[in-house]
Design a protein around this ligand. Sequence first.
Ligand SMILES: Nc1nc2c(c(=O)[nH]1)N[C@H]1C(S)=C(S)[C@@H](COP(=O)(O)O)O[C@H]1N2
Ligand SMILES: [Mo]
Length: 397
Amino acid sequence: MPARRTLLKAIAAAPVLSALGVPSATAAPSATATVSSAPGIVKPVPPEYFTVRGTNAEARFETFEDTGPLTPVDRFFVRNHTSTPVLDAADWRLTVWGDGLHGRTPVHFTYGQLRDLPSVTRSALIECAGNGRSLYATQQGESVSGTPWTLGAIGAARWRGARLSDVLRLAGIASDAVDVQPRGLDAPYVAGGVDLGRVRRPLSVAKALDDVILAYEMNGEPLPYDHGHPVRLVVPHWVGIASVKWLGDIEVSRTPLASPWSTDYYRLFGAAHPPGGSAPLTRQTLKSAYELPFGATLEAGRTHRLEGRAWSAYAPVRRVDVSTDGGARWRPARLLGPTRHAPWVRWQTPWRPYGPGPVTLLSRVTDAAGNTQPERAVHNTQGYLFDAVVRHSVTVV
Ligand SMILES: Nc1nc2c(c(=O)[nH]1)N[C@H]1C(S)=C(S)[C@@H](COP(=O)(O)O)O[C@H]1N2
Ligand SMILES: [Mo]
């Protein structure tokens, strides 16, 4: 039974699951032990690689320096509204239902049936809409609500799975269907005492039929528990919330769908936006950053090789410019590796600092469509889509 074998492989690949009886792996650490777990997250999130923020674990962006184009699972950020459910692929079913199906009768897929469909493999980023959110406050002096991520609510992986378009066609999607709404199997999300139900968010049929994957593998291994085991959606280029984990069902509709994740959250609200908020967010934006801790110290009088990454959800990266004097002068960084199909691009630049003192390092990506990072991001109350040039303070000693 392929499903069972796959689950056993997943367990073998996750040593922490020797404690499978305790799904949340929240065994209280002793006073002196290093905390390497987070509430509701199964995998270890050691402090050298992660910062725990509530039910979430942010990757330390600077530690991407020793990773290649793909982010290993043990470095990949976790964003959980509640907690990771430990699901068995053998019992899993996907239900596709709604008035947007020809027969209007729900159609079910087992894990084995999904794996028997033609598979696609592609590298893609998952980036939270709020990645960089804390910079609205630290860099622009503006207050925003939400998890105060720095730059590590992002990771790139090689995803393998079935095409959502194949599944929707097999289920009999009608030609006048307009929206689909995938929903997770994790616990309902309660905010401010209100039960918002299980995580779900509509997606246009146009996007659903384009390049969305029902992923069951991440970097060549069965999808790990924290990243959606047994099956998650991967919606390339869109805000992370679109890539619903622990997928349980998909509604298909002839009329537009909505959820709190498309009405109250994941829209832009504030003075610069329409009174009822912007349209629901779809595409992510563009960013670049140094793989250095904020406040790093660098030795004067020797040449450092500064490294970073750049990415854009609009088009391939074309160039990265850097400034090592607070933005007075700019020069191009050297791009490493291919840019056309890479989810993000690594870059480097040599720098020989002179005297001691504080310095602000800047980087600015420009993509092939001509988009470039602005000096300031346009404020929105929930701090989404931070796209401004990051001001990276370091000290030369
Ligand atoms: N079912 C479900 N899907 C979810 C979430 C969740 O809490 N529950 N979080 C979303 C958000 S906000 C993000 S940014 C990504 C994070 O994916 P990761 O935890 O695999 O990095 O998953 C999305 N899919
Ligand atoms: Mo997110």
